[in-house]
Structure formats: C-alpha cells, structure tokens
Write a protein that binds this ligand. Structure first.
Ligand SMILES: Cc1cc2nc3c(=O)[nH]c(=O)nc-3n(C[C@H](O)[C@H](O)[C@H](O)COP(=O)(O)OP(=O)(O)OC[C@H]3O[C@@H](n4cnc5c(N)ncnc54)[C@H](O)[C@@H]3O)c2cc1C
Length: 426
C-alpha cells in the first residue's frame, strides 16, 4: 500500500478485494443508488427535539458536516477548531478535492453518491456553486488494465452513465495536448456523479457558515482530551475555558494521532503531501476547465486537476513518506518534489513543462492500514465519538459521514454498514 496517491489509490486498492463480490452486488447496487437519492430528499438528520448539547472538535470536512447535521437535527452544538474552518493546516483546505464514484468498494461508491446528492441539495439552498462536473480521465499502460476493468465494472454497477474506454489511438485524438507515449488504455468518466471537483476550502468554510446560520456556535480554541463524568463530557481548551455537553465528537484529522496516541495514533501513519499549481501558456485554454478534466496518470504516480480561472494546473505527486507535524512544521514545498512534478509535466504535458510554478500547498494524510476510516466511540468514554484515519480520501464523504454520525447520536440508529466498516481496529 506504499504506492498510493492521496485520493486515487487508497480507495481503489482497498476496494480491489471488495470487487470480488461486486459482480454479485449489482442488485444491491440498485438499492444503494435508490437509497442515496432518497437520503438526499430527507432533511440532513431526523429531528428529535431532544436539544442535546454536543461539542464537535475539528471543523474540517468530517467535523463540519457532522456539526451541521447535528444542528439541523435539533441539537445544541458548539464546533471548536484550533485554527478556524478552512484553515491552511487542515486537510480540508486547498483549492480542489475530487468526488468520484470510481471506488471498487460499493460502500464507498454509495457514500460518494449520498454525499454528492447532499452537496447538490445544499448548493441549491445556498445559491452557490462549489462543485463542478469536471469528469475525469484515467490512463495507464496495459499492465494496469485489470484495475481499469474493475473501475469500469463498479461504475457500471452503480449506474454511472458516460463512462468510456479508450485505446491509445482514441486518447491521442481526443487529448492531443497530452503525450501518451507508453500509454495503452484510458477510462473517461463524465462529470456529475461519476467525477466532479469540489472547491474544498470554500466548501469547508461554507459548511461552517451554514452551521452558524442553523444556530450553531463556532469557537476558536485548541481542545484538550475529553473527560467524562457520569453522563456529561467536558472538553477543556488550552486557554483554560471548559465546555460541557451530553456528547463530544472529535474529528481532528491528522491531529487525532497526537490527541489520542493510544487509541487512534497506533492505528494511523501521518504522511506529508506536496501539491503544485503550474501556469498554463498565455491564451491557451487546453488545460483549463471545461476543456480539461481531472486526471489520473495511473502507474506514473501523478494525478491532478485542470486549471480553474487562472489558478494553475494542479499536479500532485505521490508517494511521499515524509512525516509532518500538522501544528509546527513549515508548509514550504520540497524542491525535489517540485522538480519531480516538473519532470513529469515535461514528459506528459510538454506545453506546461517550462511554465512557472504559481502556487504550492503542503498537506497531510492519516492512513490506516486498511485505508478505511475509523469512526467509533472512544473505547473508554461512551459519550465520546472519534472520527479519524481519513486515509487520503475522506473529503468527498463528509456530508454522508456527518449525516450518519448525527443519526447515530440523535437516534442511536446509524447505517450498520458504516458502523461495521469503520469500527475501531483491534
Ligand atoms: C493533497 C491531498 C489531496 C487530497 N485529495 C482528496 C480528494 O481529491 N478527494 C477526497 O475525498 N479527499 C482527498 N484528500 C483527503 C481529504 O482532504 C481528507 O481526508 C479530509 O479533508 C480530512 O478531513 P478531516 O475533517 O478529517 O481533517 P481536517 O480537514 O484536517 O480537519 C481537522 C480540523 O481539526 C482541527 N483541530 C486539530 N486539532 C484540534 C484541537 N486540538 N482542537 C480544536 N481543533 C483541532 C484542525 O484545525 C482542522 O481544522 C486529499 C488530501 C490531501 C492531503
């Protein structure tokens, strides 16, 4: 599992084993699709009127959507973040994150569909577009054909239209701006439920704003470990302030390893990721949305996004096994990674090879061994829920996870498939 990107490989390789059952899951998938669509019609979480007091720590994709769903469900929620929603240390920042159903594990495909429907719904309510139907092109040598086959099969099982398998000749004709030397096959997923781009940082902030609009309170503060006394949980802040509630949810991304070293830390590996934005040539729209999709050079170990409104063509190299302290490390990109990215551009996207580096971001991922998330109660504190082990593919799932977390807390009845898949490892 070393050879993985932040977004593409974890779910895909994880799901390879799941695909063994996928062929037989077609019927179930029809139900999955229907339940995703149904879920979007419902409110974010069932109202209980219970007015439970709940503290959510971490305003990234996991905590933000959870806080919003809980507040929509009628709870009195406080959302605490050490650096604020959409801060540049959080993984739920940066310009873009992909939402895709090209997972091999039907569970993640179903979650992505559910999340997609919820985002569409919220966009309507906000009157704001934070997701674009970029679609995606995946290309590789013939030796990765089994993976492409599996992705294609899953997309068909979950009913994604507009999926095309292309030969090297077709690829060259369709995308003359890419050098496809050594490439044998391509898979195109059209935009929409198949593959779309989320404006990550803006969406994270928008969710926090929606949470405020629902009556929730956002607090800037560094939370310490929770303490449970009887049926009440207290979360102390580093500033000395204390908040108490009926439940606490900790969704602190890579920081979970620092906060809960024995509970979460021992199950995750935190790695650094550098991503780059290179300029496009003047007057040249061939690498920009909508002319260019999100892309994944399977086997080359690079993936990325088109340029949006002059922000640059995004390229993300992997793997990078450097560790990172999410609080104290500088976010200065590593020169050798810039050079790696540029060498790749020269080879695959020659027109971009000598373009200037416009921007760079340094982020982190907390991988579990299986690349499944960890979403479970604290083993010793039954009023405390933990969300961690994002494994580099959790941003898109925020709305689905938040909804399910709210159901589990407010009604005691979450999705059993999620509960089983995301159980705390032994
Ligand atoms: C380069 C890169 C590319 C990626 N691409 C994709 C993609 O295309 N699609 C996708 O779905 N996923 C992608 N991911 C993964 C995705 O970004 C993460 O899985 C997701 O954003 C994690 O969200 P989170 O809420 O768990 O963590 P975070 O977003 O890191 O949020 C944690 C929050 O907790 C706060 N916090 C930490 N400690 C404390 C404390 N003690 N008290 C209070 N607050 C605290 C932090 O300030 C932060 O705001 C990518 C990740 C990286 C790094």
């Amino acid at each position: 599992m070393n050879n993985m990107s932040n977004e593409k490989m974890p779910g895909r390789s994880l799901e390879r084993r799941e695909l063994l059952i996928a062929a037989g899951a077609a019927l179930g998938a029809a139900g999955i699709l229907a339940s995703g669509a149904r879920a979007a019609q419902k409110s974010v979480a069932p109202r209980t009127g219970s007015e439970l007091k709940i503290i959510v720590v971490g305003a990234g994709a996991m905590g933000g959507w959870t806080a919003l769903a809980l507040a929509e469900g009628g709870a009195d929620v406080t959302l605490i973040d050490a650096y604020g929603p959409g801060n540049l240390r959080a993984a739920s920042s940066d310009q873009s994150r992909l939402i895709r159903t090209s997972y091999e594990n039907p569970l993640y495909a179903r979650m992505a569909l559910d999340a997609y429907a919820r985002i569409m719904d919220w966009q309507k309510r906000w009157g704001e577009t934070l997701m674009l139907p970029t679609g995606e092109i995946t290309f590789s040598k013939a030796d990765r054909a089994p993976e492409i086959d599996q992705l294609e099969r899953t997309l068909s099982i979950v009913g994604i239209a507009g999926v095309e398998r292309l030969s090297a000749r077709d690829l060259r004709r369709r995308w003359p701006q890419i050098n496809f030397d050594g490439i044998d096959i391509g898979l195109i997923t059209s935009g929409g439920t198949g593959a779309s781009t989320l404006f990550a940082e803006r969406l994270t902030r928008r969710v926090a704003q929606a949470f405020r609009d629902t009556g929730g309170q956002v607090v800037l503060g560094q939370a310490l470990k929770p303490v449970q006394a009887g049926s009440s949980v207290t979360v102390a802040l580093a500033s000395g302030e204390k908040l108490s509630g009926d439940f606490a949810v900790y969704a602190c991304g890579a920081w979970m390893a620092k906060l809960f070293p024995d509970v979460i830390g021992r199950h995750v590996r935190v790695e650094r990721r550098d991503v780059f934005y290179f300029g496009t040539p003047p007057g040249d729209a061939r690498f920009s949305y909508p002319q260019f999709p999100a892309w994944d050079a399977l086997g080359d170990n690079f993936y990325g996004f088109p340029d949006f409104e002059g922000g640059g063509f995004k390229i993300a190299p992997f793997p990078d096994t450097n560790s990172i302290d999410p609080d104290s490390d500088d976010r200065r990109p590593n020169d050798y990674m810039v050079e790696r990215a540029r060498a790749f551009l020269r080879r695959r996207f020659p027109a971009l090879g000598d373009q200037p580096l416009l921007n760079a971001r340094v982020c982190q991922v907390a991988y579990t061994k299986s690349n499944d998330f960890i979403i479970d109660r604290h083993p010793e504190l039954e009023k405390v829920w933990l969300i961690g082990g994002d494994s580099g593919h959790a941003f898109k799932h925020g709305p689905a996870i938040g909804h399910d977390m709210a159901r589990r807390i407010l009604t005691g009845a979450g999705d059993p498939a999620y509960a089983s898949a995301f159980r705390m490892p032994a």
